[in-house]
Design a protein around this ligand. Structure first.
Ligand SMILES: [Mg+2]
Length: 278
């Protein structure tokens, strides 16, 4: 039941992302489809929030480091009821609250302006420290990409989190093996990545980021960890997940989709989902 709820949310979020991409004629669709299960697990199962009060003091904080994944987060915010589904049509257009790169001042539920990559975890550490000083039991979840593991600031933050015993901090890394300049393995090798987080003092789990059961089990395991240890969930994902035409296309940071392909993408997504239900 819990798994079904998250799977259904992820399915609707993938459709939202495709619809936004078609409306704008572009978007980081490959990433949005790949990360949909991660975001669905967060918003449909984990995050404490009030849809009608995005600034509720007792909310958990979800920080999107990767501003270009905003299309994926807008889909999640619509699924969460924080943004109206109808508003998604304005994605990326002048005057919209949903710009192509995530901006905290524009969008309800967007905690930080991402896009200067490698900064999200540093902000998350400060936020987690601040919440603890305030006596809050809110958690901070930071979504970051494998490309951001190239950034020294990420590792400074990782060491700081364990030094300050931030058990209220969870990092989720979208390991899609791709970044702007090409495959991560060719840009800067980060493996053995789990060992690096362990060395920084984190509780580490690595899962298939497109396996909802595995994601939920990982979150459950976070809850069972000793107080004072930050937790990272390394999520191996597939770019374009759910749309075979895109999963099989040559991987690119910015995937180009022709005008007549959006409907094919939607049809493939629907067919795959209905097939999975049989
Ligand atoms: Mg990546």
């Amino acid at each position: 039941m819990r798994t079904d709820k998250v799977r259904e949310a992820a399915y609707r979020m993938r459709h939202h992302a495709l619809n936004m991409g078609e409306a704008q004629g572009q978007g980081y669709i490959g990433q949005a489809l790949g990360a949909a299960d991660m975001l669905a697990a967060v918003y449909a199962d984990q995050l404490r929030y009030r849809a009608d009060d995005p600034h509720w003091a007792e909310r958990d904080r979800f920080l999107l480091s990767t501003g270009h994944y905003a299309i994926a987060l807008y889909a999640a915010l619509a699924e969460a009821g924080i943004v109206d589904v109808a508003e998604l049509d304005s994605y990326g257009s002048d005057g919209s609250r949903l710009p192509m790169s995530g901006m905290a001042s524009y969008t309800p539920g967007m905690e930080i302006s991402g896009g200067s990559l490698g900064h999200g975890l540093t902000v998350a550490v400060g936020m987690a420290l601040g919440l603890r000083h305030q006596g809050s039991d809110s958690r901070v979840i930071n979504f970051l990409s494998d490309g951001e593991l190239d950034e020294g600031s990420t590792w400074e933050a990782a060491m700081g989190a364990s030094h300050h015993q931030l058990g209220n901090l969870i990092a989720m890394v979208d390991i899609n093996a791709l970044q702007a300049d090409g495959p991560t393995v060719g840009v800067l090798r980060t493996e053995p990545v789990a060992d690096k987080w362990t060395a920084c003092g984190w509780h580490v789990q690595r899962v298939d980021g497109n396996d909802v059961d595995a994601l939920l089990a990982a979150f459950d395991n976070v809850h069972s960890q000793p107080v004072g240890v930050p937790s990272v969930i390394l999520c191996d994902t597939r770019v374009g997940r759910g749309v075979p035409m895109l999963e099989n296309r040559e991987k690119a940071h910015f995937m180009r989709i022709d005008a007549d392909e959006w409907q094919i993408c939607r049809d493939q997504l629907t067919a795959g989902h209905e097939g999975a239900l049989v």
